[in-house]
Design a protein around this ligand. Structure first.
Ligand code: NI
Length: 156
């Protein structure tokens, strides 16, 4: 329920109908990309053991799901936090169009020198998205490398 907030404060019952509710909105975008996980800090054997298939010499692909959550107050004029088409365009321009169907090790300018683990991708995607969103609005990035391997990032 949004629009009216009634709560009990430390000093007793308090009704404050002027508090703006905070909402979280998540947009899901997909992309496909190839990568190779290989750390120069490890031996070839250690890389193979650690990264498994993701260490394949010629790379391999994933169908990624990127979930971007923004947080903020609902605009009483629109009943919305952010226009979803606007959020979708922003995610595509900042991230997914720049990585979709590319080799993450070689083709993406903002990933040069980055081992493209899901953890590192979240960090890099955050940097790309944050500057395009109003300060404080970006709340969480979640990257599903597979349906079973999921990384979330928040910078609180
Ligand atoms: Ni992989």
């Amino acid at each position: 329920m949004f629009g009216v907030v009634d709560w009990i404060g430390p000093a007793g019952p308090l009704t404050n109908r002027s508090i703006m509710p905070v909402c979280y909105i998540t947009r899901v975008e997909d992309f496909c990309a190839s990568h190779r996980l290989h750390s120069p800090a490890l031996s070839d054997d250690e890389n193979r053991t650690l990264y498994g298939k993701c260490n394949n010499a010629n790379g391999h692909g994933h169908n990624y799901k990127l979930l971007v959550t923004v947080r903020g107050e609902v605009d009483p004029r629109t009943g919305m936090l952010i226009e979803l088409n606007q959020l979708a365009s922003l995610i595509r321009e900042a991230v997914t169009e720049r990585v979709d169907h590319y080799n993450l090790n070689l083709d993406v300018d903002f990933l040069q020198g980055v081992i493209p683990t899901a953890e590192n991708l979240c960090q890099a995607f955050w940097d790309q998205l944050e500057s395009r969103l109003p300060v404080g609005e970006l709340w969480e990035i979640r990257l599903e490398e597979t349906g079973r391997n999921i990384v979330s990032l928040r910078r609180e």
